[in-house]
Design a protein around this ligand. Sequence first.
Ligand SMILES: *Cc1c(COP(=O)(O)O)cnc(C)c1O
Length: 434
Amino acid sequence: MPPARYAIANLIHFDQPFPNQPIAPEIVLQLLDKIGSPASMAMAGSRFFGMVTGGSLPVALAANWLAAAWDQNSVLYRITPGTAFLEQVALRWLLDVLHLPSDCAGAFVTGATAANFTALAAARHAVLKREGWNVEADGLFGATPIAVAVSEEAHPTLLKALGLLGLGRNRVVKVPVDSQGRMRPNAIPALTHPAIICTQVGNVNTGACDPVGEICDRAKEIGAWVHVDGAFGLWAAAAPSLAHLTAGVEEADSWATDAHKWLNVPHDCGLAFVRDAKALQAAMAITADYLPTVSDRRNPSDYTPELSRRARGVEVWAVLRSLGRSGLADLIERTCRHARHFAQELKAAGYKILNDVQLNQVLVSFGDAETTQRIIADIQAEGTCWCGGTIWQGQTAMRICVSSWATTDADVEKSLAVMLRIAGKYCSRELASV
Ligand SMILES: *Cc1c(COP(=O)(O)O)cnc(C)c1O
């Protein structure tokens, strides 16, 4: 359910002059609930298909509350050993279940944007170190320029991360893609070292995955660093029936993914993995006389852009401990099955599915752009489910992302019934004439 108009209008009650006197915390919380709750989008619900973000699994939410109550500033092992250790175990499990090299370093950050930034900072360090340049100490001025290749379909946050690192959002080489948005390996231009190639598994529209293994083979010829933006798609590796989609990702040098998407933990929680642990540490670790940074155990902040940080590893550990290998595979496979069902039923009703539904993304066109947009708006207003719109290779589409643990077959049927009823009102004449 999107928030009703009256609920949004009521937000004005939050905006009183800054109070001079304290009031009871209970009253503050009542206000938040009374005004804030109705004005929230039902993203935790089972029929929110608007982004690739899942809801929070109950165990994740409870672990998140517990960790918040512990209030550990999870920076250094010697100060917060419990949460630092949980991170370390969660990291080992993640590398295992995602089939990444077991000696990778990892960072728990805010999301895939920050994870791309973190991993690419390690890439920047490593490729320039080979040129005899210390980028952390000396910056980019005077360094050998780094060639950066991305696909035409790179997520905008990947470009943003490159911009933040001084590598430029626009000075990249854009590699052409196929009809599903996958990078064409033989279209990668000749690059010379230092070079970074940014691949993607899980296109935000189609769900398609770049052929990372093939791209790695090409990259090896010139010693380029290969990064994988796998914000949601990397989780396909955790599901036996889908793992072929991410074949070869383990050959890359760094990976970014989200836990707040398909792992269904609360926002904000992302993960960066880097094969060359020293490169990530070189980019991120600091020392200070007032901090006990020296430890033979893993210090979380040696791997992250932030120093002070919440203990994101707690909820990740909790979900992995609760689902186990088979539970996680089931979550990924089940959501993909729901996506396929959406696509089958919409196609059977005569609407056009614009993508090969291999993962959890469905793009459906109800006809021309205007009709599709009207139908999306009506579905959103009706409130049973929520889907957004997009433009895929010039065609306007409704985008259905199934990422929540809570979505059931009944949710899919209920949502389909609404979609078909609303679309039918606009399209009956059009379809009758086909
Ligand atoms: C969602 C997404 C991002 C950005 O992730 P945030 O967690 O919102 O920072 C980056 N890349 C891809 C492919 C995504 O799907």
